[in-house]
Design a protein around this ligand. Structure first.
Ligand code: SF4
Length: 291
């Protein structure tokens, strides 16, 4: 159980910080999500020139598989992953949303690709997890929002939340499913969700878990006071950077890193091209280790 005074102080600190930043925003609105945090804490030049987001079958498999998992938890009988994914795609295609419109507009080839990706992801989930017990209050794709001022809104969508608080006793577990490699961003994403849950519901979650479907491994972290304070500091710093860059005209700092590979500025960015040449071994030092 978290100390009530600590939670109240954390929320008050967040309100104070975002009140000050709202004045500096001068009426502009900012949505703080996990991708905004990763972006502004990464290369600031890229943050100011984001690539337009487009769904692809490989990136949409997550929300299709989550819909299929949701259907599975209420389905009577023992449906196959293919049946669940087919039903999920049909229902998503009827959704009056951007992603619903995207699903409805897919051609046969794109649908087949999406189906394949989503079935793979769902099958891994069903193999690794016991059926979700509805008494544990599982929520898939739970949306969380907290708006301390009219200019600042914190938003997040968790893959799976299990449990519910009992009074001030934290009992919730937040799980994110990932395909592919581990990244330190994944832990930071969950810490942001823990902060968001604390600010909006006034009871922190108990644990955070990133589950890597390809490796069948989980990284689990206890939620602590230190974790929540660090998450708040990182979030406030992100909004401050956003204000400096977009309102106050500070020059962006370039931070070469793996995202240089798909950055739209890369053709004219010396730092980014040098970085990629270095990691690709094309910097004139090739073969050094073999000498
Ligand atoms: S190429 Fe890399 S360093 Fe250059 S702007 Fe893009 S992300 Fe930043």
């Amino acid at each position: 159980m978290f100390d009530a005074e600590f939670v109240s102080d954390l929320i008050a600190r967040a309100h104070d910080a975002f009140d000050v930043l709202s004045v500096r925003l001068g009426g502009e609105r900012v949505y703080v999500s996990k991708s905004m945090l990763t972006g502004v804490h990464g290369c600031e030049a890229q943050y100011l020139t984001p690539s337009p987001f487009e769904w692809k079958p490989s990136t949409a498999r997550g929300f299709v598989a989550h819909k299929a998992i949701e259907l599975h938890s209420h389905w009577s009988g023992d449906p196959t992953p293919a049946t669940l994914v087919e039903e999920a795609i049909a229902r998503l295609g009827d959704e009056p949303s951007r992603r619903g419109g995207w699903v409805a507009g897919l051609n046969d080839g794109e649908l087949a690709e999406l189906r394949g990706y989503a079935i793979e992801r769902l099958t891994r989930f069903l193999q690794d997890f016991p059926p979700l017990d509805l008494r544990a209050n599982p929520i898939l794709e739970a949306t969380m929002k907290w708006r301390p001022t009219p200019c600042v809104e914190l938003v997040g969508k968790t893959d799976l939340v299990i449990g519910r608080p009992e009074g001030r006793i934290s009992k919730r577990l937040i799980i994110d499913f990932k395909t592919g490699y581990r990244s330190h961003h994944h832990r930071a994403d969950l810490q942001f969700y823990a902060l968001l849950e604390t600010l909006s519901r006034e009871v922190p979650p108990r644990k955070l878990a990133t589950y890597y479907l390809d490796y069948a491994e989980a990284e689990v972290e206890d939620v602590t006071e230190g974790l929540l304070v660090a998450a708040l500091n990182r979030t406030v710093a992100a909004v401050e950077r956003h204000v400096e860059l977009t309102i106050e005209g500070r020059q962006p700092v370039k931070r070469p890193a793996p995202p240089c590979r798909w950055c739209p500025l890369q053709p004219s960015c010396e730092e980014g091209r040098e970085h990629l040449a270095l990691v690709d071994g094309d910097d004139g030092r090739q073969g050094f280790d073999d000498a």
